[in-house]
Design a binder for this molecule. Structure first.
Ligand SMILES: C[S@@+](CC[C@H](N)C(=O)[O-])C[C@H]1O[C@@H](n2cnc3c(N)ncnc32)[C@H](O)[C@@H]1O
Length: 397
């Protein structure tokens, strides 16, 4: 991680600029838990039209500057140039630095690899969507995409080497109807419009016999799958694990929706690596297909994450809970507070919140009584929305 240790001096004054890097303000930590934490600073920085924070903290009798983990952006040259610019502006003697070995990093993003913001803000298709969860080697997904050029496929994986392998194959085989995302499938469906999906394939998911909470299938997942499936659309589980099959069957039977179909040792047109392995071992392969029979309500991804105006930071400080607030499907934990130097009623609140499986950490910037999320709003997932409402309730009411 790029950082510079430099001789302690007064902080630079802000706003100021050096080598094209703007330093907008500096905020100092405020020990609201009264636990004698060492003072740290966050430097609000703007460079190449991107805003992020740098951290300054004591290092022995000197100071160290590095990027703030939560707001860090790529490429790393953004950070290295900003660290160099700060220390130069401060005219400080450098004790240690690893910010000069910069090799031009070419960020080659594949055109079919998308991030979650793309699915929230831009994704639109008139085609039927089909989704494969945990595509692994990608054999099944590639086969489906080649056989159904009029369908828009989305492949979800959390294992990056599998993603790279699939992207390579898309290029080699000139397949253009697959979008790929590195995202936890249990949380992805929230961003897909209702009644758009023809099929969701879940082939040989990890059974997680000892940690069932990590399984793809859960009440929430099946309900979301139902919502995105169009009438006649199917959620298709294929597994060698009798345990997992029984667990999913019970889940589906308890939901009074859809039609269930069961098969054993059915042959598909394409067999995955895992499937080959299990077949060689003489294991049974179970298929559990759920067909959606009803139209579902549309969802609204345009939740308003704004805060009320005329906020009083002193008031907020007195209301910060020392412990995390935990509610059924979400939590809110205020971790740190910073006050902006030289500015009345202005600060940064660092909060971790949302879903337990995919928490987010954000800064809330308060400037002259107005609050907003630094670097933009959280994703509009149901748990982020609930956490935001709760946060407003605790701090801003
Ligand atoms: C046992 S492999 C099966 C791969 C492939 N479907 C096949 O049949 O060969 C399970 C795959 O699911 C992926 N996976 C596990 N949990 C996931 C999650 N929450 N979201 C997306 N993918 C996941 C794993 O990385 C792994 O590649």
């Amino acid at each position: 991680m790029p950082h510079i240790v430099f001789e302690k001096k007064d902080l630079i004054s802000t706003p100021s600029s050096k080598d094209g890097v703007d330093f907008q303000f500096i905020a100092q930590s405020y020990d609201f838990t009264k636990s004698n934490r060492k003072i740290e600073y966050r430097v609000a920085t703007k460079y190449n039209n991107k805003e992020f924070l740098l951290t300054i903290k004591p290092k022995d009798e000197n100071l160290m500057i590095k990027s703030d983990k939560v707001t860090r952006l790529s490429p790393v040259s953004l950070i290295k140039d900003s660290l160099n610019a700060y220390v130069k502006e401060n005219s400080s003697r450098i004790i240690f630095s690893n910010t000069n070995s910069f090799k031009a990093e070419k960020e080659q993003k594949h055109k079919y690899l998308k991030d979650i913001n793309y699915f929230v803000d831009e994704f639109e298709t008139n085609k039927e969507i089909q989704i494969e969860i945990g595509f692994g080697s990608g054999r099944h997904l590639l086969h489906q995409a080649k056989s159904n050029p009029n369908i828009q496929f989305i492949g979800l994986e959390i294992h990056y080497p599998s993603i790279e392998q699939l992207l390579k194959q898309l290029e080699i085989q000139n397949i253009t109807n697959v979008l790929v995302i590195n995202y936890d499938a249990r949380l992805f469906m929230e961003f897909i419009e209702s009644n758009k999906v023809g099929k969701i394939f879940v082939h040989f998911p990890v059974p997680w016999d000892k940690k069932p909470h990590r399984r793809i299938y859960s009440n929430e997942f099946v309900n979301e799958a139902f919502r995105v499936l169009k009438v006649g659309g199917t959620l298709e589980l294929r597994t060698d694990s009798r345990n997992y099959f029984d667990f999913c069957l019970e889940l589906l039977t308890n939901l009074p929706k859809g039609k269930i179909n069961i098969d054993i040792n059915k042959d598909l047109e394409v067999s995955s690596k895992y499937e080959d392995r299990w077949k060689k071992q003489g294991k049974n392969i179970y298929d559990l297909t759920l067909t959606s029979l009803n139209e579902d309500k549309a969802i609204d991804l345009s939740f308003d994450f704004s805060f009320e105006n005329s906020i009083n930071l002193k008031d907020i400080i007195s209301k910060i809970p020392e412990k995390a607030i935990i509610v059924n499907n979400y939590f809110v934990h205020i971790e740190e507070l910073y006050t902006i130097l030289g500015k009345e009623n202005s600060g940064l609140i660092k909060v971790t919140m949302g879903n337990f499986d995919r928490p987010i950490t954000k800064y809330i910037l308060i400037q002259e009584g107005k609050a907003s999320y630094y670097q933009g709003n959280p994703l509009p997932t149901s748990s982020n929305i609930d956490a935001h409402k709760n946060l407003k309730e605790i701090l801003f009411k």
